[in-house]
Design a protein around this ligand. Sequence first.
Ligand SMILES: NC(=O)c1ccc[n+]([C@@H]2O[C@H](COP(=O)([O-])OP(=O)(O)OC[C@H]3O[C@@H](n4cnc5c(N)ncnc54)[C@H](OP(=O)(O)O)[C@@H]3O)[C@@H](O)[C@H]2O)c1
Length: 155
Amino acid sequence: MITIIVAIDKKRGIGNKGKLLAYIPGDLPRFRKLTTGNTVIMGRKTFDSLPNGPLPNRQNIVITRNKDLKIKGAEIAYSLQEAINKSTGKIFIIGGGQIYEDSLEIADRLLITKINKQFTADTYFPEFDDTWKLISSQENECDDFTYTYDTYEKI
Ligand SMILES: NC(=O)c1ccc[n+]([C@@H]2O[C@H](COP(=O)([O-])OP(=O)(O)OC[C@H]3O[C@@H](n4cnc5c(N)ncnc54)[C@H](OP(=O)(O)O)[C@@H]3O)[C@@H](O)[C@H]2O)c1
């Protein structure tokens, strides 16, 4: 089972200038609970955006074309397929835009936090078609906006 996990805004925006679009209080603990003990696969730019380096208690795999890159606490892969081959736990693809684009075809499940607001964005989640079926949707709210936790699976 390969899971994509992402937070998107009303226009599928996911990031701006190397950062996330919004802080969602409940989203981080949920992300941590889902991914802890498992494998997180990410693009090098998403890795660079992490405030404290590799995510603790998870196998971190960073995809890059840079053959000289070494990261303490993370494994390096030169393609998505190589990252998948190196995975030892349940696989969570955690971004960013380039890696989501490549992984949509091979993923089985999408966990999307849909924010009911539009932000200034320069990075987007790809469009996904109706081979993806919405199997659950949970509404939430914080001070600035409402959002839903949507789960899709490939039919
Ligand atoms: N909303 C969310 O849930 C969410 C989640 C994650 C990230 N984000 C946001 O997304 C943005 C970053 O996304 P991004 O699209 O700019 O970058 P990214 O996908 O995180 O990383 C891109 C990098 O990955 C490597 N790469 C990509 N395709 C590759 C391939 N086929 N083979 C080998 N290496 C490959 C390259 O690294 P090298 O340049 O080192 O070769 C490339 O520069 C940030 O704003 C971040 O905050 C949002």
